[in-house]
Design a protein around this ligand. Structure first.
Ligand code: NAD
Ligand code: TYD
Length: 338
């Protein structure tokens, strides 16, 4: 492994992963291939833009000719595939782009990678492909695939394509399925940054339904270290769940954010539920822990403090987002919920 293509490296997890890899390895060349959709932001990578180990290429994973030329020009031998449409609410208001990027884009990337011939292809997926849990139990790698949202259905389809290419063509694919991430550079449409930024602006905090839906939160750097381990030590053709056994009800997270910021709970507003809202996600990560020796480093109490501190220190970063196109998105999503 020498030359790594990271797709979607200007997004939340992708940009954290670029930083993680550059600070850990001095012998890899990294090409970040990203279309810069609303979610892609080169400010996330400003501190390393002149690093000789790093190069950015603006491009769409659905454009096979462009992907192939980038793979060839950079002698790429490894791909870590983050690029996706990633927000469930957007997949409800407009599913088409989710199928285009997440399904068609992944298929194009797989074909391009097959044509060139690569050593490893790590497909970054989500626990949401397993559907929803009741009050007990955990998702294992053997759990049924039962996606409920257009987002999770498109991710499940892309997972299946990676596994089918492995089975059919001997393609060197691996799949990871991680629980909800939080941390620096997360686009403010997602729960934790949305609550932090709204609270800082003394805006109401829209909690869907009864607020009792459960998510299993992992600090983004722990996701990066898990991907690093799977990339280097994972068995080709395998699926690895990633999670930190850290379940929280949404309402409790929102109250914690308010407490950390010294803001009143009167800012909380219960709003109309998300259609088809999955009740609970919880990951069994025994396989990656036992087989590959991965352990998360961050306690939630530490990670959430670091995250809040990052949004406090980087107000300009999120104000540039929330003052632009995002305003229209917010009005469309939330005005009909009130
Ligand atoms: P994000 O929305 O923050 O970033 C997605 C990135 O992909 C953006 O930089 C965007 O410009 C780029 N992109 C979108 N369409 C593209 C295209 N056609 N060609 C090239 N680039 C394109 O997403 P994220 O939260 O960082 O998630 C990254 C990956 O991790 C996704 O595949 C997601 O399904 C998966 N995942 C996310 C979470 C989470 O909690 N956020 C958890 C588990 C898995
Ligand atoms: P989100 O960050 O969109 O992640 P996902 O739906 O992929 O798990 O949402 C996390 C949880 O927070 C989910 O149960 C929906 C809920 N939620 C709210 O209650 N209000 C909001 O404004 C948002 C964006 C999410």
């Amino acid at each position: 492994m020498k030359n790594i293509l990271i797709t979607g490296g200007a997004g939340f997890i992708g940009s954290n992963f670029v930083h993680f890899m550059l600070s850990k390895y001095s012998n890899y060349a990294i090409v970040n291939f990203d279309a810069l959709t609303y979610a892609g932001n080169l400010e996330n990578l400003a501190s390393i833009e002149n690093n000789p180990q790093y190069r950015f290429v603006k491009g769409d994973i659905c454009n096979k000719d462009h992907v192939i030329s980038v793979l060839r020009d950079n002698s790429i031998d490894t791909i870590v595939h983050f690029a996706a449409e990633s927000h469930v609410d957007r997949s409800i208001s407009g599913p088409a782009v989710f199928v285009q990027t997440n399904v068609v884009g992944t298929q194009v990337l797989l074909d391009a990678a097959r044509e060139i011939g690569i050593e490893r292809f790590l497909h970054v997926s989500t626990d949401e492909v397993y559907g929803s849990l009741g009050t007990t139990g955990f998702f294992t790698e053997e759990s049924s695939i039962r996606p409920n949202s257009p987002y999770s259905a498109s991710k499940a389809s892309s997972d299946m394509l990676v596994m089918a290419y492995h089975h059919t063509f001997g393609f060197p694919g691996l799949v990871t399925r991680c629980s909800n991430n939080y941390g620096p550079y997360q686009f403010p449409e997602k729960l934790i940054p949305l609550m932090i930024t709204n609270a800082l602006n003394d805006r109401s905090l829209p909690v869907y339904g009864d607020g009792l839906n459960v998510r299993d939160w992992l600090y983004v750097e722990d996701h990066c270290s898990a991907l690093d381990v799977v990339l280097h030590k994972g068995t080709i053709g395998d699926v690895y769940n990633i999670g930190g056994h850290n379940e929280w009800k949404n309402i409790d997270i929102v109250k914690l954010v308010l407490k950390e910021l010294g803001k009143p709970e009167s800012l909380i507003s219960f709003v109309k539920d998300r259609p088809g809202h999955d009740r609970r996600y919880a990951i069994d990560a025994v396989k990656i822990k036992n087989e590959l020796g991965w352990v998360p480093a961050y306690q939630f109490e530490v990670g959430i403090k670091k995250t809040i501190e990052w949004y406090l220190q980087n107000k300009l970063w999120w104000e540039r987002i929330t003052s632009g196109e995002y305003k229209k998105y917010y009005a469309a999503q939330y005005s009909e919920r009130e």
